[in-house]
Design a protein around this ligand. Structure first.
Ligand SMILES: Cc1cc2nc3c(=O)[nH]c(=O)nc-3n(C[C@H](O)[C@H](O)[C@H](O)COP(=O)(O)OP(=O)(O)OC[C@H]3O[C@@H](n4cnc5c(N)ncnc54)[C@H](O)[C@@H]3O)c2cc1C
Length: 814
């Protein structure tokens, strides 16, 4: 009995000390003390504990281990650690590590997340979003833009330039709007009513000449270009991708050769560029082309080095040798996109962005800019698209009646409708809170990959759900179809700025494992510089973290030792469990890296699952912060529960699949037992939550209003606004529903003529029988007419869609 008590004391003490990462000395003291006591009771246990103490002394005390243990470990580490290429190193060094690093550590300090205070928007930003963005959104009709014009209307282009939409990131001193990241995001969300509009405004404000000049441009370049970019006199594009270099952009074969050329009788030192780019957004109309190429100096005109690396330059459109102006035809959305070719294009050296000092720095410059732009443009597009999709779909599902009830009342419809609402809610929180960290000085590299890939995937699901609920109404294209064109444009967001498959499988965990990990970067640096003491510190700090995470994950998995979290009672349980999952994640990340070594890079499916755990934890933490700081409205708690349950269930699913597929089966078993000692905790959101959410978003509720807040909702534009019309119908819905009930009940009872099949006919019959008042009948006539109008679809002349009208096949010529 005494032996058992001593054993329990040992295990509990060990777990408590490891959990706190208390260091070797307290563990040594505990094992030594309990070992000596055990010798009196159970010599076997005593000897085992004293042996354990000896091992801890040798491995845990730096003075001892550095003599013989660390050098051996160092040699082994050098053999198995992944080789980091120069390209990867640049990507790893770009941006900052913030809350993502906390999640990676396995002991997230929530106060750090909450310390990113949200100061909201300035008055000017608020007014711009309210007014200018509404005017711009109000000039868009998806069909007209996509099919009739294949461009935005001219007056919209003018308006965008005049109001400074292209200069949101350009500071005021250069004539730009100088908007915060949050404001840029909300602008793009409102403009997401049209994918073409969102991309047209988003791209110049994202990765491209504007941002590159701001960060790296010479003063002359800034003075010349920034005011011209801000007011739209210059339209920029940026050409990195070509036929040979897509995802692997650093393999670009485009060249710049340092040479001299005589211009106007003067010899000018410059570059001869030869390149072929494709898919370049805004290229067909761009006046200045940002270009990435590999710079060579074969005649050593600048330095002894011949291959100078990837370099960026700004080439004016009208430079001799440029072939520009043709268009590609992006699916669904006809934003301006096309190829650019250049043959022996000569440009002076001062076209290099940042001047000759920045030669060879092109890849670093691009990757650094990407950590901000990738957090904003496409994730905001995804969030904005989800808002509109939800607004339209909630409205449609309420007014579309089948089987005598609104389809919103059917559970089969409620399921995708609630999912659409929750994905939009998560996207809004994630993009806003991440933009807020940018406003607080962060350059979130790993979150940018998470947001880009996860939120555009959410957008894909949300649009599919919206399409499915709309049925034929959204399948039939024409001016009345507000959804179908955006739906078909979705693959653009999936593919650009790092295609999602690559981003999920390679980048999130691949970059995060080294970049966000508290020790791996230090270990690699120590290995590179052959610094044994630095390696010793990093490696054994790392070891303490691994044991600490195992103890934290295991004890929290058993429900022991709930961490303090700064959230209210609704949100706190999720945050507490995220601490458990974070500890488990950190442990599994280390275990995967240790067991697979350099081969983990090729085991993309495993890497993707680890990335999925991190992504879901990151998104859930954004939702919690958003909830905690925002004004809560009735019904929002259901959305919080749904969103967090959904994300944490996905995180556990990813753990499960990781354990199922880790090649080392014993390790997989241990990891499963430690991280989920009582099995999985999270299931898919309950049906009751689904019903509540679907009801709230398909009615005129505060929750629906909150979710649609950054969308264009007034019927005050040049073009019709179906969202405003749905909102108006929902505002009247309760009255209409009561009247539908009265009329339909009377019909079912046989009180109305059987041939009154149309709702309109039924209403008139009920009026005749004085079952409804004259006033109600008048209201209902208007309501029903508006419903029919919104449910209507377009039809066209027989030959409308054929571009080759001469050869059209006339099946019924008469
Ligand atoms: C409409 C549009 C607009 C664009 N705008 C611009 C622009 O303005 N400027 C510009 O420079 N470029 C632009 N691009 C290029 C865009 O960034 C690339 O399309 C994108 O980087 C992917 O390259 P790719 O299409 O050649 O795919 P590929 O590189 O051919 O990849 C094919 C598939 O393989 C996957 N894959 C590749 N490598 C890996 C890996 N290591 N692990 C796992 N999966 C992998 C990818 O995810 C993808 O699914 C645009 C593209 C489009 C379609």
């Amino acid at each position: 009995m005494l032996t058992l008590i001593l054993l329990i004391l040992t295990v509990a003490g060990l777990l408590a000390l490891l959990r706190r990462e208390a260091g070797a000395m307290p563990i040594l003291a505990m094992l030594g003390g309990l070992g000596l006591v055990s010798l009196l009771v159970s010599p076997v246990l005593g000897v085992l504990l004293l042996l354990g103490a000896a091992v801890v002394a040798v491995a845990g005390l730096p003075a001892l281990r550095i003599q013989w243990l660390t050098p051996r470990l160092f040699a082994m580490f050098k053999r198995v650690s992944p080789k980091v290429s120069d390209t990867e190193r640049i990507a790893l060094e770009a941006g900052t590590v913030a809350w993502d690093g906390e999640l990676f550590s396995g002991r997230p300090k929530w106060d750090k997340l909450m310390s990113y205070r949200d100061d909201g928007l300035s008055e000017e930003e608020r007014t711009f979003i309210e007014h200018q963005c509404s005017v711009a959104a109000g000039m868009c009709n998806a069909w007209e833009i996509a099919k009739e014009r294949a461009d935005l209307p001219e007056e919209l282009w003018q308006y965008l330039k005049q109001e400074g939409f292209f200069g949101m990131i350009i500071p005021k001193e250069y004539g730009g709007l100088g908007f915060s990241a949050k404001a840029q995001s909300l602008v793009l969300q409102k403009l997401s009513i049209s994918e073409t509009l969102m991309v047209t405004v988003g791209v110049p404000n994202s990765l491209g000449p504007g941002e590159l000049l701001l960060k790296y441009g010479t003063q002359e370049q800034k003075d010349h270009y920034l005011p011209r970019l801000a007011d739209g006199r210059e339209i920029p594009c940026f050409g990195l991708t070509g036929p040979r270099a897509g995802s692997d952009a650093t393999s670009l074969p485009d060249t710049g050769i340092v040479c001299k050329q005589v211009i106007d009788g003067k010899e000018v030192l410059g570059l001869r560029l030869n390149f072929e780019k494709r898919w370049i957004t805004l290229a067909p109309i761009a006046t200045v082309v940002g270009l990435a190429f590999r710079l060579f100096d074969p005649d050593h005109l600048l330095s002894e080095e011949e291959d100078r690396g990837i370099t960026l330059a700004l080439v004016p459109r009208n430079t001799a040798g440029m072939e520009i102006g043709r268009r590609h035809h992006p699916i669904g959305s006809p934003f301006l996109n096309g190829p650019i070719k250049g043959k022996d294009v000569f440009v002076p050296l001062d076209t290099i962005i940042g001047g000759t000092e920045m030669i060879g720095q092109g890849w670093r410059m691009l990757v650094e800019c990407l950590s901000i732009g990738r957090c904003i443009t496409l994730p905001s597009g995804a969030s904005g698209t989800s808002r509109y999709a939800l607004g339209w779909t909630g409205g449609f599902a309420r007014i579309r009646r089948q089987f005598n009830v609104p389809v919103a009342e059917m559970e089969g419809v409620q399921e995708p409708l609630a999912r659409l609402a929750a994905l939009g809610y998560i996207a809004q929180a994630a993009v806003y809170q991440t933009a807020n960290t940018i406003d607080r000085g962060e350059k979130p590299a790993v979150p940018s990959a998470i947001l880009k890939s996860q939120l555009t995937e959410f957008q894909r699901i949300a649009l599919s759900d919206a399409m499915d609920i709309h049925g034929g109404k959204a399948v039939t294209l024409g001016p009345r179809n507000y959804l179908g064109i955006g739906y078909s444009a979705n693959p653009v967001s999936i593919t650009v700025e790092g295609a999602n498959i690559m981003t999920r499988n390679l980048m999130i965990f691949g970059q995060g494992a080294i970049r966000c990990h508290p020790y791996v970067l230090e270990e690699l640096a120590a290995s590179d510089s052959n610094d044994l003491p630095a390696f010793d510190r990093a490696f054994f700090g790392h070891a303490a973290l691994v044991f600490g995470n195992a103890a934290r994950a295991f004890t929290m998995g058993l429900g022991i030792g709930k961490p303090e979290v700064p959230f209210d009672a609704v949100a706190a349980p999720y945050a507490r469990d995220m601490a458990r999952l974070s500890a488990g994640f950190s442990l599994c990340a280390d275990a995967a890296m240790a067991s697979l070594g350099a081969t983990l890079k090729q085991r993309e499916m495993l890497s993707a699952r680890l990335g999925d755990v991190l992504s879901n934890l990151y998104l859930a933490s954004m939702v919690l912060k958003h909830w905690q700081e925002g004004d809560k409205v009735e019904g929002e708690a259901a959305l919080l529960h749904y969103s967090c349950t959904h994300l944490l269930q996905r995180a556990e699913q990813a753990f499960d699949e990781l354990f199922d597929n880790l090649p080392n089966r014993a390790l997989a078993g241990v990891l499963r037992a430690v991280t989920m000692p009582l099995g999985r905790r999270w299931k898919r959101p309950a049906d009751q939550l689904t019903r509540e959410i679907a009801q709230a978003v398909s009615r005129d509720t505060l929750l629906r209003a909150k979710l649609l807040a950054a969308a264009w909702q007034q019927n005050d534009g040049v073009k019709d606004n179906p969202l405003a019309r749905y909102n108006a119908l929902l505002a009247d819905y309760d009255r209409a529903e009561a009247l539908y009930r009265t009329v339909n009940k009377a019909y079912a009872k046989g009180e109305l003529p059987p041939e009154a099949l149309h709702p309109e006919a039924r209403l008139e019959a009920a009026r005749e029988k004085e079952l409804v008042s004259a006033e109600d009948a008048e209201f209902m006539r208007g309501f029903e007419a508006e419903v029919l109008e919104l449910l209507s679809v377009d039809d066209f002349e027989y030959d409308e869609f054929a571009t080759d009208k001469a050869n059209i096949l006339r099946h019924n010529a008469a």
